[in-house]
Design a protein around this ligand. Structure first.
Ligand code: PLP
Length: 350
């Protein structure tokens, strides 16, 4: 069989992953044969994982962070719901999340037997009255999203965390994608802005680490302890992760790239991505199409179906939002020349 090659990124417009930074790629390769799921045996990578969590804590405004490098945002979100469920003093727990929340929360509800209550949106963000109406004595968790998947919107995190506190529930922030761009904005989203208990923040998205490197952070180790399971046959005695054997490559690449880019490198990347998003939005608007203004570097545009189909024919990898807009995520590999080429194709095909 011919040797298969991965896709190149020159026409990938909607992915939330990107080409790993060269430092991340190198570290991933070196640590391929390591398993942080067995820290007693794989000591070096286990130590690196603590560094990774520490660095993620710096990005998210949390000193002495607890947490681990997960397989991705899905696992981190599931685990956050699991922590809240295990801690809650009810037989019939529920959690409240805005309609914009990632579908991984639906998986969490299904797997964990916790009811998901979906709050309405207002201008793409959680509507606070709507959230308040859904909270009751059985609410274990209130979720806010810091950088929504479709429109890059940031929920009113401090208000949501106040509501969680009043209800004796936990507050989880899903910053899986937004966590590496939000530090350079004025949004209130991190542990220093609000009484947040857990957070999803993924190095393998805007952090430019190799897949798989998601991140779960918790304000303190006692929250993670809610997940602890005894591990009789390993050298270590308990495990809080969802998966057993895990990728040391993901852990090593996350540490390497965060050490390299936090914080100037990430700030430079954010500015470039945001400038590109603003530029693309203005260009597409000037051609007569509606555009949802990019608060963070994600542009949703009302392009006709036929046009999107033709663009796909030309190799552009572009997805649609639930409301049917075409969506461009300005990841690090999405450069200005690439967007110019994309616009030239729109002009030719429209
Ligand atoms: N949360 C948000 C906000 C996301 O955008 C995504 C994926 O795009 C996820 C969670 C799930 O992350 P993963 O695909 O790494 O499991």
């Amino acid at each position: 069989m011919q040797r298969a090659e991965p896709q190149d990124f020159s026409r990938v417009l909607s992915s939330m992953c990107t080409e790993p930074h060269p430092t991340a790629r190198d570290a991933a390769e070196r640590f391929l044969a390591t398993n942080p799921g067995d820290p007693g045996t794989y000591e070096t990578v286990a130590k690196m994982e603590r560094e990774a969590v520490d660095l993620l804590g710096q990005v998210a405004g949390l000193q002495d962070a607890a947490g681990y490098i997960a397989s991705g945002g899905t696992e981190a979100n599931i685990q956050a719901v699991r922590i809240a469920r295990n801690r809650a003093d009810t037989r019939d727990p529920n959690f409240v999340a805005p309609a914009s929340a990632h579908f991984s929360f639906r998986k969490a509800a299904d797997i964990l037997g916790v009811e998901l209550r979906t709050a309405p949106l207002e201008d793409y963000r959680a509507n606070l009255d709507g959230v308040a109406e859904l909270i009751d004595d059985d609410t274990a968790l209130v979720v806010g999203v810091a950088g929504t998947t479709e429109y890059g919107r940031v929920d009113p995190i401090p208000a949501l965390s106040d509501m969680a506190t009043d209800a004796d529930a936990l507050c989880h922030v899903d910053a899986a994608w937004g966590g590496f761009v939000l530090p350079f904005t004025a949004h209130a989203w991190d542990f220093s802005d609000a009484d947040i208990d857990t957070m999803t923040i993924d190095p393998h998205k805007m952090g430019q680490a190799a897949v798989p490197a998601g991140g779960l952070l918790a304000r303190g180790p006692e929250l993670l302890d809610e997940l602890a399971i005894d591990t009789p046959y390993l050298e270590s005695t308990s495990q809080v992760t969802l998966t057993g054997t895990r990728s040391g490559a993901g852990v090593a690449s996350a540490v390497a790239v965060m050490e390299e880019l936090w914080r100037e490198g990430y700030e430079r990347q954010y500015r470039q991505s945001q400038t590109n998003a603003d530029w693309l939005a203005a260009e597409v608007r000037s051609r007569g199409f509606d555009v949802v203004s990019p608060v963070l570097p994600i542009v949703a545009m009302d392009l006709p179906h036929d046009l999107v189909a033709d663009l796909r024919e030309r190799g552009w990898r572009i997805s649609r939002t639930e409301a049917d807009e075409a969506r461009v995520v300005c990841m690090p590999h999405v450069t200005r020349p690439m967007l110019q080429e994309f616009l030239a194709d729109i002009d030719e095909l429209a």
